[in-house]
Write a protein that binds this ligand. Structure first.
Ligand SMILES: Cc1cc2nc3c(=O)[nH]c(=O)nc-3n(C[C@H](O)[C@H](O)[C@H](O)COP(=O)(O)OP(=O)(O)OC[C@H]3O[C@@H](n4cnc5c(N)ncnc54)[C@H](O)[C@@H]3O)c2cc1C
Length: 311
């Protein structure tokens, strides 16, 4: 799987491929499966429909790797508006932000100011900002940024950690020591074997190790996976050590394993769905393709079917 992911993401980065995918009308139904719409209103409507199914949400305004401070400021402003709109809606919803969308790659101090503005607003509203984890070139800076702001904003912030990185062993220890709320994910980027486990088996084993540590000793863990075997282990382990929903929730992506989301809810488990929206869907969409060969095959079939009209 990691090899399939690297290959898919490398191909998707080619400008000609991106242009082709963006311009093909045959791709849009697949994009719509994973992306809740272009506007905040559309995303809030989806969050409302999920709430009717008993599901909480975390809303992600798509965007990453901005090229200018003004773009980072615009993203921060849009997220602030989103937090206010969530507050007005009364939904059980958080926001998920990517540090490079707030300017991390341009200037870490700029990203800190932007994230702090959102953390302060979340604190005032009694809400939470979830910090996504991006590719390994940003991990150290993201953790430093989170650590610094967590001292002031505590549980109003939550950090994603990726089990595929070797360094995460140590980051989990730090998260436990400092009382961070963590979203545990396997990891979605193409990383070399110098920094990340190269096999699915090793990634899954690391995830289970990290999960058990966080469930037993951590402040709170969002178990962000669609892996049924891991979900079974998590539920069994939580029961065995007497830990309840004050210590964990399940998180899944919009458009992925809706059946499992509903089944967990019916079983009385807390479930939060990650709802991305906005115009900058391409990188997010390609990561979803790279997670599952069937998604890529579906896309290729649609593109081939459309070929006579698009050529
Ligand atoms: C709420 C949430 C937040 C996330 N945040 C981050 C983040 O901040 N940083 C980061 O690097 N990664 C993030 N991810 C992505 C994560 O790292 C994985 O790439 C992704 O969740 C797939 O891994 P899996 O744990 O579901 O297990 P896998 O073993 O990959 O998949 C298990 C099963 O889930 C289903 N499945 C998984 N992915 C798909 C898909 N795309 N389409 C259809 N079915 C699928 C399939 O049935 C598959 O057999 C997030 C994931 C979730 C659920």
């Amino acid at each position: 799987m990691p090899l399939f992911r690297s290959l898919t993401l490398a191909i998707a980065r080619q400008p000609a491929v991106e242009r082709f995918v963006r311009e093909s009308p045959f791709v849009m139904p697949l994009v719509a499966r994973f992306v809740a719409g272009e506007t905040m209103e559309e995303a809030l409507a989806v969050a409302g429909a999920l709430a009717d199914r008993g599901l909480a949400t975390t809303l992600d305004l798509l965007g990453e790797d901005v090229h200018a401070p003004t773009e980072a400021a615009a993203a921060t402003e849009a997220y602030a508006e989103l937090l206010q709109a969530i507050e007005r809606s009364g939904l059980d919803a958080t926001i998920s932000v990517k540090p490079t969308h707030l300017g991390l790659r341009l200037d870490p101090d700029l990203a800190r100011l932007n994230l702090e503005r959102l953390a302060r607003l979340a604190q005032r509203l009694g809400r939470r900002v979830e910090v996504d984890m991006e590719d390994a070139s940003t991990t150290r800076k993201t953790i430093e940024l989170f650590d610094c702001l967590h001292r002031t904003y505590g549980d109003h912030l939550q950090l994603a950690l990726q089990s595929y990185l070797y360094r995460t062993e140590h980051d989990i220890e730090r998260a436990i020591e400092r009382g961070w709320r963590v979203r545990l994910v396997k990891g979605a980027y193409a990383e070399p074997p110098t920094v990340a486990y190269p096999s699915k088996a090793a990634i899954d084993a690391a995830y289970r190790r990290h999960l058990e540590l966080l469930l037993e000793y951590g402040r709170f863990v969002a178990i962000a996976t669609h892996d049924e075997a891991i979900i079974r282990v998590a539920r069994g382990f939580a029961r065995r050590i007497g830990v309840g929903p004050e210590k964990y929730e399940f998180q899944m992506l919009y458009g992925v394993r809706r059946d499992l989301q509903d089944a967990l809810r019916r079983a009385g488990e807390p479930v939060r769905v990650y709802v991305p929206f906005g115009r900058h869907w391409y990188p997010y969409f390609t990561r979803r393709l790279a997670e599952r060969p069937a998604n890529l095959l579906f896309l290729l079939r649609e593109l081939l079917r459309g070929a006579p009209t698009t050529l």
